[in-house]
Design a protein around this ligand. Structure first.
Ligand code: SF4
Length: 929
């Protein structure tokens, strides 16, 4: 299990379980992830196909950590099976989407709306006022525009998650809107998170063929954090379990903390009920993480919950780290300022002191060993500010809204000026005027900060962009005012250009924050086909309503910055552990909040969503059990700006007092030991990210590090459409040996082809072009289909400490009768490109050749770029050199690139040919002039 500790009996039992149902109750610190990783490795070791194993994790980050652990176990214990590219490890939503795409390729044309994009989609005028008709709900409720959107989303989630029949709703206006919403979502080929799960459940319930189709992918299922599944996800797992050979659920009912999202801890409690068939039930009750005092304190505390799975939790008897007086402190301060002073003081007292880890090795505490766990983002943001002032480094997964940053506010005002709109900032101010903007420019982009800043040039550039928009306002193509060029992102790049982004380096802080605004622009405009100038005003409403919660200061989230205090909400601390944990604002001021919905309360378990004391206790139990030794529960009797006095949290009375002290100075040995070795996570990357760096490191910095988005061309998605259809044709051949005729190809193209950002005419023309080249391809190459081995073959290979993943379009056997380990790699390109792109193509094929050798255990003998360019009526192939020497130099290139990225080296490499094609030419100060 954990280094230096062998598996306990129950852990070994959970690892070895080979068939049937199993529930693993994993108490805090009981080595659950390690057990899951060993279980997966064991399945592979015993000969199970990786492609038949599914591991569902709560987040993508957890998935990535699990992959790393599995790989390490396999590499150590069973190196020849260390490839598991076909195994599914990821979130339940990603799993559902992948299964749906296996069941019906039409789902490849669906896109998933995450939180902000879903809001933008529902709030866009044609949907809000027309297709969904939310405006009628707004009028009936006398609520605001975005309040109505938010309440509608909450209500829709409950409807879908609880499977409520629309016919039972009293509010018929809402029933209509909900029905319209589901209809247009499907018509536009979108999913939101709950509808992905609902669609897969519907497919499996109605169609036994679908169940059989995905059965080979779901022979062994493992679900982590099972206490946080909702009824719909529970139903899905029941359906899947019919055809599985084993299903293992892992979690802890005491740590179920997402009731407000509809999750239900009863599901894990009832999983092992006898009425549901046989189930092996295992409890991992030994806490390897915390001192005996933390284990005892937290166990006594959670025992006040009445509805629990009985379990015995015990500390690790082999741990030499012991409780010392002062380890656990509590204090209520007069003000929050004093509370933050105390936190800073304790970080300084303990930083650099000796500590013993769970394997009894000693090291000295560094900043990354401290965590501040908050209930709200606002508090997290106050803590960040305070630590910043004290020069204590911090990283946060929750933090300050970017909308409060002066450079971001200023960029929003510039956009509003261009569109003659009100930016609707918190402080008001109305439609910006250029004179005021110029004066503000001199403050935000002062010459002291940016030597190249020039207010006059800023004014001229702004006037020029404003002029372009004025020219189309009220007229434009077909009498409309569609934005020129490609859309709002391009105009935002023009604003950044006016600010001087092409003349001087904006620096890290401005770049991160302005890139977050670029993300907001993309989120907003990506749900439109084309934006009109007169519609951009809604973007400012969107930012005002959702900006604070959706776009937070990303500067503090840089994973590469390792040694820093971790600041996060308790909900984000799931699965983590720290030697020192602060839980500030631990005062008695929170009461369960009732959800206000359009759904009648008698149609769902409203109390579950609102939560009660037992839910609240679970949240604090989760926070407390993150601590390995030091725990500081603090609060302040006066919140900033509030008069009412607050009291110490009533939960404190439920914790054994013998472990607590009030404020106490901690004087600990400082032997100058090295700090805890950070386990280097694998750097996960892909061919396209590495190519972005190889083309120009500045491109990589702007795109992948800061996160600036590029505009979306109208033909965006054309290549993906062609790939999807080709894949479908190849797959049908593999499954049934069918080669489609011309008519079938036309029907498939007509069903599958979708361009989101093209006009109808353009889409029709491109669809016809796609049908033409695909028919041509099949007529020329169908004789060769018998050599097809696999289509869209996924891979992952490790090079140094980088994990490179991707997908090969087509693998062909070189000899239809012979040895199938000798293969030809084929990559399709829907566009013929020359120059730098042509060398990109070659590099891509060499990556695939390395993947074949290292991960897929195949011998690539031939690699071919197959160009299917409709515009140039081209169907041509070109061989790529994949000799040993070329692959060896590609390996060196990859290793060098990864090492430069990890050491944050991003020297620009301008070149006329590259720069004129570059997505960032307007905002790059290094471009070839
Ligand atoms: S404009 Fe040129 S120098 Fe700048 S990122 Fe693009 S390719 Fe690199």
């Amino acid at each position: 299990m954990t280094e230096g500790i062998s598996l306990t009996g129950p852990q070994q039992e959970a690892v070895n379980h080979s068939a049937g149902r199993m529930r693993v109750i994993a108490c805090p610190g009981s080595g659950k992830t390690e057990v899951i990783a060993h279980r997966v490795a064991r399945l592979i070791e015993t000969g199970e196909r990786p492609g038949g194993i599914v591991a569902i994790t709560f987040t993508e980050k957890a998935a990535s950590e699990l992959k790393t652990r599995i790989r390490r176990i396999l590499e150590k214990e069973y190196p020849e099976r260390a490839d598991f590219g076909d195994m599914f490890i990821g979130t339940i939503h990603a799993f559902c989407l992948e299964m749906l795409r296996d069941i019906d390729p039409i789902y490849r044309t669906y896109d998933v709306l995450d939180g902000p994009r879903r809001v933008a989609y529902i709030a866009k005028g044609e949907n809000y006022f027309g297709r969904i008709g939310l405006v009628r709900l707004q009028k009936s409720q006398e609520s605001g525009f975005f309040e109505t959107v938010a309440k509608f989303i909450r209500s829709a989630d409950v409807m879908i998650t609880e499977g409520i029949d629309q016919g039972r709703l009293t509010d018929r206006r809402f029933a209509d809107c909900f029905s319209n919403y589901l209809h247009i979502l499907d018509e536009d080929r979108y999913f939101d998170f709950p509808t992905i799960v609902r669609r897969l459940v519907d497919e499996l319930e109605k169609n036994s063929g679908s169940r059989l189709l995905i059965a080979p992918r779901t022979e062994h299922i493992i679900v982590d954090e099972f206490q946080d599944v909702d009824p719909l996800q529970g139903r899905l797992l029941d359906l899947l379990s019919v055809n599985t050979r084993s299903i293992a659920v892992v979690g802890d009912d005491d740590q179920g903390i997402y009731h407000w999202r509809g999750t239900d801890v009863h599901i894990i409690r009832e999983f092992a009920d006898e009425s549901r068939g046989g189930c092996r039930d295992i409890t991992l009750g030994r806490n390897f993480r915390s001192t005996a005092s933390i284990v005892d304190l937290s166990s006594q505390f959670i025992s006040h919950n009445s509805k629990r799975i009985p379990k015995k939790i015990e500390p690790n008897p082999l741990l030499t780290r012991e409780y010392e007086q002062g380890d656990i402190q509590t204090q209520i301060f007069d003000t929050q300022e004093n509370e933050l002073d105390y936190i800073v003081g304790k970080i300084r007292e303990l930083h650099g002191t000796d500590f013993t880890d769970r394997s009894n090795r000693r090291y000295s505490l560094s900043y990354s060993d401290f965590a501040v766990l908050t209930r709200t983002n606002d508090l997290a943001s106050m803590v960040i500010d305070r630590l910043d002032k004290e020069n204590i480094p911090s990283v946060a997964s929750s933090g300050e809204s970017i909308l409060e940053r002066p450079e971001v506010k200023f960029a929003i005002k510039c956009l509003a000026y261009i569109f003659n709109a009100d930016p609707i900032l918190r402080e008001g101010g109305g439609i910006p005027d250029l004179r005021n903007l110029v004066s503000e420019y001199q403050t935000v982009f002062s010459r002291e900060k940016f030597a190249g800043a020039d207010a006059e040039e800023f004014a001229n550039r702004m006037k020029s962009v404003r002029g372009k928009i004025s020219a189309i306002e009220g007229k434009g193509e077909d009498g409309n005012d569609y934005l020129p060029g490609l859309g709002l992102q391009e105009i935002y790049h023009e604003v950044l250009n006016a600010l001087g982004a092409d003349k001087f380096n904006l620096g890290e802080v401005y770049s991160y924050n302005l890139a977050s605004l670029s993300q907001a622009v993309s989120d907003y405009e990506s749900v439109w086909i084309r934006l009109r100038a007169s519609e951009v005003k809604y973007f400012f409403y969107f930012l005002r309503a959702y900006g604070d919660s959706s776009y937070q200061d990303p500067r503090h989230q840089d994973d590469l910055l390792i040694d820093a205090v971790r600041i996060m909400t308790i909900h984000k601390a799931k699965g983590l552990e720290f030697p020192v944990v602060f839980v500030p604002d631990f005062v008695d001021h929170r009461r369960p909040r009732e959800l206000t919905l359009f759904v009648d309360k008698n149609l769902y378990d409203a109390a579950r969503y609102s939560g009660d004391d037992e839910d609240e206790r679970r949240v604090y139990y989760t926070a407390i059990t993150r601590s390995e030794k030091y725990l500081f529960l603090t609060g302040s009797s006066h919140a900033p700006g509030k008069v009412r006095e607050r009291k110490v949290h009533r939960f404190l009375q439920e914790m054994p007092r013998e472990y607590f002290t009030g404020i106490m100075e901690l004087v600990k040995p400082r032997s100058g030991l090295p700090s805890r070795a950070q386990v280097a996570s694998e750097f996960e990357t892909s061919y396209s990210e590495l190519t972005s760096y190889m083309r120009c490191p500045e491109d990589f910095l702007l795109r992948n590090v800061y996160g600036f988005n590029a505009g979306v061309p109208p033909a965006f998605g054309y290549g993906t459409n062609v790939h999807n259809i080709l894949n479908m044709i190849h797959r049908e051949y593999i499954r049934k040996g069918i080669i489609p005729g011309e008519k079938e190809i036309e029907e498939t193209v007509s069903r599958m082809f979708k361009l989101r950002y093209a006009t109808r005419n353009m889409e029709k023309n491109m669809e016809a072009a796609a049908a033409r080249i695909i028919k041509n391809y099949v007529s020329i190459h169908s004789n060769d289909f018998s050599r097809i081995l696999e289509t869209e073959k996924r891979f992952e290979f490790v090079l140094g400490n980088a994990l490179i993943s991707g997908q090969i379009d087509l693998l062909k056997k070189l000899d239809s009768n012979g040895n199938i380990t000798d293969v030809e790699i084929i990559d399709f390109k829907a566009e013929k490109k020359e120059g730098i792109y042509s060398s990109d193509y070659d590099r891509q094929l060499r990556y695939y050749a390395i993947a074949c050798l290292d991960s897929l255990k195949l011998r690539p003998q031939k690699a071919t770029v197959h160009i299917l360019d409709a515009e140039e009526e081209v169907d041509e192939t070109r061989d790529v050199d994949i000799s040993d020497s070329s692959l060896s130099s590609t390996r060196q290139d990859i290793a060098g690139t990864v090492s430069r990225i990890r050491s944050k080296k991003f020297p620009a490499s301008p070149d006329h040919e590259k720069c004129k094609e570059c997505d960032y030419m307007k905002i790059c100060p290094y471009r070839a002039k």
